[in-house]
Design a protein around this ligand. Sequence first.
Ligand SMILES: CC(C)(COP(=O)(O)OP(=O)(O)OC[C@H]1O[C@@H](n2cnc3c(N)ncnc32)[C@H](O)[C@@H]1OP(=O)(O)O)[C@@H](O)C(=O)NCCC(=O)NCCSC(=O)C[C@H](O)C(=O)O
Ligand SMILES: [Mg+2]
Length: 313
Amino acid sequence: MTGTAAAGSPGSPSAGRPPAAYRPRRSVLYMPGANERAMEKARNLPADALILDLEDAVAPVAKERAREQVCAAVADAAYGHREVTVRVNARGSSWHADDLRAAGRVGPDAVVVPKVESPSDVHAIEKGLEAAGAPDRTMIWAMVETPGAILRAQEIAQASPRLTVLVMGTNDLANELRAEFVPGRAPLLTGLGLCLLAARASGTVILDGVYNDIRDADGFAAECRQGREMGFDGKTLIHPNQIETCNRTFSPTEAQVAQAAEIVRVWEEALREGRGVATVDGRLIENLHVDNARRILAVSAAIAGLADGQAAS
Ligand SMILES: CC(C)(COP(=O)(O)OP(=O)(O)OC[C@H]1O[C@@H](n2cnc3c(N)ncnc32)[C@H](O)[C@@H]1OP(=O)(O)O)[C@@H](O)C(=O)NCCC(=O)NCCSC(=O)C[C@H](O)C(=O)O
Ligand SMILES: [Mg+2]
């Protein structure tokens, strides 16, 4: 495996990783690997990425069937332009080795690994993928969902060039912390913030955890907003009715895109005229504002590209 970039976080420091094109991961939907109806339905859902789950959403008796079904769907390229990942069972479980071998062989966009505890877990996954003959394009998404993993999040994020995404597992985390689910998520904010720091310091993408009440649209929208305000790149989801709100919340608004374009235009004009400072709407702009404006434009262009792809498929 040669060096591979973390696609999806333009403009953030990247700990030696080469810059990469932005890939939208606003909405990332879990689908139980044993649920044929959900797997079929997801062919036409506008989620940016899918996690075909072999872990917690699959009962022990259905694990083998789910593995076969999920790998067949990956091999069939059943989900068009969407990024397709497979969540294997955790290291230490009796299903892990077979899951990793089977997923590695069919080569999804990524293998999602639950309950990663340390860099050595990531190294073992890397070796397992190589042993299975996984293509270089198959990345590792590490789930951070235990107190130990949160305290080692930066080491985990930097453990392999294949590791491009951290995924928050807020259900397991709350359980391990003995925390309660409350509006605003105060008990989880320290853990979420530490993982965000680790992701940004390492140049990886980071996805927020799931919202469990699929009937609570207002609570879900508030949690999406909170995740975006904190800096998450997107959110993991459990139900199709969560996708639209999530896509909207994690997309830059038209006003933000227009302002970003104006900042870049004014800045480039100032540079051409030999001026080192410029203002937009009376506010001083500096390099950092221009970098942020370019990031917003890159995100917006990538989302527009996705919509074109959807229209074509
Ligand atoms: C939560 C659900 C069990 C609800 O399912 P259901 O009762 O079938 O819902 P609906 O009747 O409202 O479904 C309407 C249609 O949508 C399809 N559907 C439902 N969910 C999905 C989905 N996730 N992906 C694709 N399609 C889906 C239904 O088949 C219906 O289709 P149709 O018949 O055509 O109308 C269910 O939503 C569900 O199982 N969700 C996923 C749960 C899951 O994956 N859990 C594990 C991940 S969460 C986690 O572990 C995070 C982390 O590890 C942590 O620790 O936090
Ligand atoms: Mg979990």
